[in-house]
Write a protein of this length. Sequence first.
Length: 270
Amino acid sequence: MRRMIFFDGGGDRLAATLDVADGTTGLLIVSGGNEIRSGAHTGQAAIAQHLAKLGVLVFRYDRRGIGESEGENRGFESSADDIASAVSAFRAEAPQMRHLVAFGNCDAASALAFFHDGLAIDALVLANPWVIEAADDDKPTAPTAAAIRARYLARLKNPRSLIDLFTGKIDLKKLAGGLAKAAQKEAPTGLAARLADALAATQIPVHILIADRDTTAMAFMGVYKGTLFDPVRAKANVRLSTTNSPSHSFADAVSKDWLLQKLSDHFPAE
């Protein structure tokens, strides 16, 4: 059964959907970007339906100023109160719940890492965490050097790219510019440093899920493999899984099934 719920979020009326189930475990889904609670390609609604059939309670909500929720949308950096209010509302609506896992993709993953401390959350599942600093103007954020390197490596593994190079189909000037960008050394951003600190400090289980050909994921992996995240990689409560997909929202059939399986692994049969 699926129920619509409204709850108080710092004086604003926030909208949520609860997929009711018979179990005592629950999943809180935090939407990334400016997505409504159904998710890209209704992916989050599908996750909720799938897990509810397995006995998992699932709570999804619209962040302040998004979808059916009141208030002003001030971005993921201002979503701490929304997350805390959603956890409280979920616990109140499902008092039988004994174990709560929180899941977020993109900047929702970073928000959960930043703001989960002190909340009644027992584990985190963070997909393609966001570590790219916003541009100062309205221009789109340029791909990071790590993302460009990963793309060039994938192209070099493709025999078709070599044929295009030797037959003149690849613009050598653009290629040279891309290689120069890929060779650049990038200092970790403030977001990356904060994420590393948050993950190094947490004591609850954290599972990081990566679509390894997604640009956002490439940027994250570029810093995750560096010294900044040495303390995080050394932690026994943090693990990372990858799937060979370019889909940021795990929209293709293979990565969608992979995501559902990884989430289901956190809810063994009672």
